[in-house]
Design a protein around this ligand. Structure first.
Ligand SMILES: C[S@@+](CC[C@H](N)C(=O)[O-])C[C@H]1O[C@@H](n2cnc3c(N)ncnc32)[C@H](O)[C@@H]1O
Length: 284
C-alpha cells in the first residue's frame, strides 16, 4: 500500500512514466473536482495544488483563473519534471517537496486544491493544520479522495480476479482510524472530524461515482493489462510472481477485463468524495 516514502522513489517514477494513462484514468475525477474548484476559486491571488503529481489540476485551474498564481507541490521529482514540461510559461510553477514543509513558505495562500494528493500524510492532523496555517481566513480548500475500497470496483474486481488480499497499511498508533494510502480518507465522519480539528470549517462532502478508464485504443484489454502491471492493486502481485504464475494471473485479469469494455474502453467506476471547507479563524 502506497506511503509517502514510496512516492519519493519507485511509485512516483512509475506514475511519471505513466502520466498519460493515469490522466485518462483520472479524467472523470478531474471533471468533477475541477467543476467544484471552479465554483469556489477566487479570481485573483495565490493558490497551491497539494500532491500535484504531473500538474493537471494546477494547469486546468490556470486556464479558468488566469488571474491566479499557482504553485504545485509534490514529493516526486520525476512527477515534478513532467509537470514542468507540461506547464506553459506563466502562472504555474512546480516545486519538489513535502507539502507540509513547503506550504509555510508559500503563505499566505488564497486557495488550496488537491486531486487525490492528501491521503498519504504520515501525520494528517499536522498536515491539514499546516494547510490551514498557510491560507488566509475563509480561503477555500477543495480536494478529491477515494471513498471506501469496497465501493471502488477498479480495486475490488482486480483483487478478486487474482485472489489478492489487499495489503493494508498499519494504522497510526496515535490515530487508529487512519492508515496512509489511497483509502485513508474514505470515512466521511473521520474527514469531518480531522478537518474540524485542524481549523477548517463549513466542511461538506459530496459523493460521486465516475468512470475510471484503464484501457482503450486498438487493444483495450492489452492496454489495461499493461496498465495493471504498473499501477493499481495487481502491480505488486504481478511483479512478485514467477513467470508461470504471472502468466496465469494475467490470463485471469484479461478474462475479467474483456467484459468491462464499454464504448471501446475498459471502464470501471471510481467512488470518490469531493471535499470542500473554508479556513477558520485559527488552527487548533
Ligand atoms: C494519487 S497521486 C495524485 C497525483 C496528482 N494529484 C494527480 O491527480 O494526478 C498522489 C500524489 O501525492 C503526492 N504526495 C503524497 N504525499 C505528499 C506530501 N506530503 N507532499 C507532497 N506531495 C505528496 C505523491 O507524490 C503523488 O504524486
Amino acid at each position: 500500500m502506497t506511503r509517502a516514502a514510496d512516492w519519493v522513489a519507485r511509485v512516483g517514477d512509475v506514475w511519471a512514466d505513466e502520466w498519460r494513462r493515469t490522466e485518462r484514468a483520472f479524467a472523470g475525477i478531474a471533471a468533477t473536482l475541477n467543476a467544484a474548484i471552479d465554483r469556489a476559486a477566487p479570481s485573483h491571488g495565490y493558490a497551491a495544488d497539494v500532491g500535484c503529481g504531473a500538474g493537471s489540476t494546477a494547469l486546468s485551474l490556470s486556464v479558468v483563473r488566469p488571474g491566479l498564481r499557482i504553485t504545485g507541490l509534490d514529493l516526486s521529482s520525476s512527477l515534478i519534471d513532467v509537470a514542468r514540461r507540461r506547464a506553459v510559461a506563466g502562472r504555474c510553477d512546480f516545486q519538489i517537496g513535502d507539502a507540509v514543509a513547503a506550504l509555510p513558505l508559500l503563505a499566505p495562500l488564497d486557495l488550496l486544491v488537491s486531486r487525490h494528493g492528501v491521503m498519504f500524510f504520515a501525520d494528517p492532523v499536522a498536515a491539514f493544520g499546516a494547510m490551514r496555517d498557510a491560507v488566509r481566513v475563509d480561503a477555500p480548500l477543495i480536494f478529491s479522495c477515494f471513498r471506501a475500497r469496497a465501493e471502488n470496483d477498479w480495486a475490488t474486481t482486480i483483487d478478486q480476479a487474482i485472489d489478492a488480499q489487499p495489503s493494508m497499511p498499519a494504522p497510526l498508533p496515535a490515530l487508529p482510524a487512519y492508515a496512509p494510502g489511497p483509502f485513508a480518507l474514505a470515512d466521511p465522519a473521520f474527514i469531518t472530524a480531522l478537518l474540524d480539528r485542524a481549523g477548517w470549517r463549513d466542511v461538506t462532502l459530496a459523493a460521486h461515482d465516475v468512470d475510471y478508464v484503464i484501457g482503450a485504443g486498438d487493444d483495450p484489454v492489452g492496454d489495461a493489462l499493461s496498465f495493471c502491471r504498473r499501477i493499481g492493486p495487481a502491480a505488486a502481485p504481478l511483479a512478485a510472481a514467477d513467470p508461470a504464475v504471472r502468466a496465469d494471473l494475467e490470463n485471469r485479469l484479461a478474462a475479467m477485463l474483456a467484459p468491462r469494455i464499454r464504448d471501446g474502453a475498459v471502464t470501471f467506476t471510481a467512488a470518490i468524495w469531493i471535499v470542500s471547507a473554508r479556513a477558520g479563524k485559527e488552527a487548533s
